[in-house]
Design a protein around this ligand. Structure first.
Ligand code: 5AD
Ligand code: SF4
Length: 441
């Protein structure tokens, strides 16, 4: 039988990356081998993201480019999936001619069946219905060979309905996997050589809320901490309103939990936070940060901020800047507001002019770069525990790994260190990484 090749391109968050890993695994069972050369592919899947309009445009322009390969290969199948497909459904076909299948976020497990049908009948197949079960999450997808770190989805969907956000409409209501399924998956990953897991959910702090058994995120983390062979636990993302004192205490009391938390603040203005339906004030957020730092002084805190939300005045923006100055995040992901179809904020006038949004974003990013650089410089001379992931992108003599804080560390070393925990003395803090010398294994 002829070898069949699959080319997948993924846009957006870690959840989409993990969904693509699951797609690749399911299709491997149908005989598709992954390729990074789209020209060679028999099946192309685009896993698109619709959280912001920039991500949506990127996915569509790539789809437009790849669909042209059909002119040379008439048997090529092109599928469009992920939350963007969930969002647009059949509209994808009129935006880009030639797409064969469109599948939503709850339909990954049905891909083999869809592709088989497409191969037989060459008719368009659309699956964007929501399921009341979390079938897709239970697909065991080992990360690429040799991976040291893996994502594990512990829940799906979101019930928060922040005014700007499409996720609840695209990934459905919040549902948690059982602790048994999660532990089983992590044990299997450890058998595949994985040393670090990142637990994924739109709001991991509310994990377990709808499960029958008494289990919350803290009890889950403690169970995972007991898994032999696993070295590190991370999680993302945390909603500030649900960050409990018990979870904060885990940063001191659960040895494998890395000292890093990603907690999106979105704005420093209480007026805007209220319009965003976030359920906390800037003062509440600051209090959580102070608690975190009391329990774990070196905890690394990263966040997301949106500038130019409808009605954001210069004063609101300044409140965000003031909060950033008070907190000094380790890293920040910042975005210009873009209206998304179906969200509450879509009914508000998108009234912050484009040039103002650009200027606010640029100033905020400059400030964050200053904070990040200062934090990285302050780490010079410190010893960081690094989990070695592989060769550094910058130099063939260097290895790269992450410190417990999630910061990238490059140092001189060989491939035999992959998967090992090493101590590295930091000699230089750059904006995007740290550099150092290995002390000992
Ligand atoms: N416009 C801009 N940024 C958004 N985000 C989510 N929705 C929007 C939107 N409509 C950002 C938030 C969120 C991150 C994943 O993306 O900051 O935390
Ligand atoms: Fe979107 Fe808010 Fe849910 Fe995060 S918590 S996914 S921002 S609705």
């Amino acid at each position: 039988m002829k070898d069949k090749y699959l080319y997948i391109e993924t846009f957006g968050c870690q959840m989409n990356v993990h969904d693509s890993e699951q797609m690749a695994l399911l299709l491997a069972d149908m005989g598709y081998a992954l390729t990074d050369n789209a020209q060679k592919a028999d099946l192309i899947l685009i896993n698109g993201c619709s959280i912001r309009d920039k991500a949506e445009h990127k996915a569509f322009s790539q789809l437009g480019r790849l669909i042209r390969l059909k002119q040379k290969n008439h048997d090529l199948i092109v599928g469009f999936g992920g939350c963007l497909a969930q969002h647009l459904g059949r509209k994808v076909y009129s935006r880009v001619r030639g797409v064969d299948l469109v599948f939503g976020t709850h339909n990954i497990h049905r891909l083999p069946e869809m592709i088989a049908a497409c191969q037989q009948a060459r008719k368009k197949i659309t699956r964007t219905d929501f399921s009341s079960k979390i079938t897709s999450l239970n697909i065991f997808a080992p990360p690429p060979r040799g991976s040291i770190s893996a994502f594990v989805s512990i829940m799906q969907g979101c019930d928060n309905y922040c005014a700007y956000c499409v996720v609840p409409y695209l990934r459905g209501p919040e549902m948690s996997r059982t602790p048994e399924d999660i532990i089983d998956e992590i044990k299997k990953l450890v058998q595949h050589g994985v040393k670090e897991v990142t637990l994924l959910g739109q709001n991991v702090n509310s994990y377990g809320r709808k499960l029958n058994e008494a289990c919350n995120f803290v009890s889950l983390i403690k169970k995972i901490n007991d898994i032999d062979g696993l070295e590190r636990i991370r999680f993302t993302t945390s909603h500030p309103k649900d960050l409990s004192d018990e979870l904060i205490d885990c940063f001191a009391g659960v040895p494998k939990l890395c000292e890093h938390i990603h907690m999106a603040v979105q704005s420093g203005s209480n007026r805007i936070l209220k319009l965003m339906n976030r359920g906390y004030t800037a003062e509440d957020f600051l209090e959580k940060v102070e608690k975190l730092r009391r329990v774990c002084p070196h905890v690394s805190i990263t966040s997301d901020i949106i500038v130019g939300f409808p009605g954001e005045t210069e004063q609101d923006y300044q409140a965000t800047i003031e909060l950033m100055e008070k907190i000094r995040f380790d890293l920040l992901f910042s975005f210009k507001y873009s209206a998304r179809i179906g969200t509450a904020a879509q009914n508000l006038p998108d009234d912050v002019p484009k040039d103002k949004k650009n200027r606010r974003l640029k100033d905020l990013q400059d400030l964050q770069n200053k904070h990040t650089q200062e934090k990285h410089t302050a780490l010079e001379g410190s010893i960081q525990e690094v989990l070695v992931e592989g060769r550094s992108k910058n130099s063939a003599q260097d290895m790269m790994g992450r410190a417990r804080s999630w910061k990238i560390v490059n140092f001189n070393g060989g491939l035999e260190l992959v998967g090992k925990l090493v101590n590295v003395e930091i000699t230089r803090g750059y904006l995007h990484s740290l550099r150092g010398n290995m002390k000992e294994i």
